[in-house]
Design a protein around this ligand. Structure first.
Ligand code: MG
Length: 361
């Protein structure tokens, strides 16, 4: 089997509600969707969503990088994932978003050509994964109201964005805990908004609200700060922006700098690298969460959900991006049961049957 063409489509769809995080505001799903075509008529679908506030990449750059990689990948067998990744890494350094799009599409083809759904191909532990739901930064009372609506709808884990200042963050978490009661898990995401000692002091005060974990309390480059918070806080710490790829994961777990790792396909460049992170973390006794960019359309969420369901060391999921879209740009993929459970299809590959042309640029 050979790659005969790679098509790119730009997608920009407004979110039903803008998401405020400590780094800025996200108003649209912004994504590069790819179709990898083969000489056997199989088409693989993929997605690269740059998430500029997190990755520093942008849509135009992602599309252009996919075009550069297209020239190098023409004629390659897309099922040879190691070969595909070797070609991509020799052609372009970094550029995780473009590589993720192509990696996802090649895994889709691998599944389709072998007649297996992706979750089975990747490990097959189960075919479902439960996601949390994210509440963006706002006034405490409106965050509490949003959390209450989500719990009423059926979610049982609320991921709350924080990371502005101590008193406001305290008021937010207090209001949410009072609104949702004691049976709902609350996890925090500071998106690099605090500093070491400040984070430890705040987490000590937040502990009375029964916090499951906190994501990325300090800036991504502050490795010592992250290690300090992990060592001094009773709330478990999860690396997000501090863990890009397997090399970051190795350093984080071997120096005991975190308790958990949040993996995103857009940070690490796809399923190929994500599996390495999971394996390194598992060897160190560190559980992983599968996350997504808020700007994703759902195609990449399908790939992440398949990996999350397939592997037992992925114990948590923050895969709620497609819930924020009024319409999805594709047909097929996972279905949702009981509000929070993503159920992967038994169709081969991602189980995505096509793109909605009218939604693509
Ligand atoms: Mg995060």
């Amino acid at each position: 089997m050979k790659i005969t063409d790679i098509k790119t489509h730009m997608m920009r769809v407004p979110l039903t509600r803008p998401l405020h995080i400590s780094l800025g505001v996200i108003t649209h799903a912004v994504s590069c969707l790819v179709e990898v075509e083969t000489d056997e008529g199989i088409i693989g679908y993929g997605e690269g969503s740059p998430g500029p506030l997190i990755t520093g990449e942008n849509l135009e750059g992602t599309v252009e990088t996919v075009r550069v990689l297209r020239e190098k990948l023409m004629g390659t067998d897309p099922r040879d994932i190691e070969a595909v990744y070797t070609v991509m890494n020799r052609a372009v350094a970094y550029a995780a978003t473009a590589k993720a799009a192509l990696d996802i599409a090649c895994h889709d083809i691998l599944g389709k050509s072998s007649g297996m759904p992706l979750y089975k191909l990747l490990g097959g532990l189960t075919n479902t994964i439960e996601t949390d739901i994210t509440v963006g930064i706002a006034a405490p009372e409106s965050m509490a109201e949003r959390a209450r609506e989500h719990v009423k709808a059926g979610f049982n884990v609320i991921k709350t964005k924080v990371g502005t200042d101590i008193e406001s963050d305290l008021a937010r978490v207090k209001a949410i805990r009072e609104a949702v009661g004691d049976d709902v898990k609350i996890r925090l995401d500071a998106n690099q908004g605090w500093h070491g000692k400040e984070a430890v002091e705040l987490l000590k005060r937040l502990n009375e609200y029964d916090i499951e974990l906190v994501e990325q309390p300090v800036p991504r480059y502050d490795f010592e700060g992250l290690k300090y918070v992990t060592a001094h806080s009773s709330v478990p710490v999860m690396a997000d922006e501090s863990c890009w790829d397997s090399r970051d994961a190795l350093k984080l777990v071997s120096e005991r700098a975190v308790d958990f790792i949040n993996i995103k396909l857009m940070k690490c460049g796809g399923l190929y690298e994500a599996k390495k992170i999971v394996n390194i973390a598992e060897a160190a006794g560190v559980e992983c969460m599968l996350g997504c960019m808020a700007e994703e359309s759902g195609i990449a969420v399908n790939a992440a959900a398949a990996l999350g369901a397939a592997l037992k060391n992925i114990t948590r999921a923050d895969l709620d991006a497609s819930f924020g879209l009024s319409e999805l740009p594709y047909e097929g993929g996972f279905t949702v049961a009981d509000t929070r459970k993503l159920v992967l299809p038994d169709a081969a590959g991602l189980g995505i049957s096509g793109l909605k042309e009218e939604m693509l640029g």
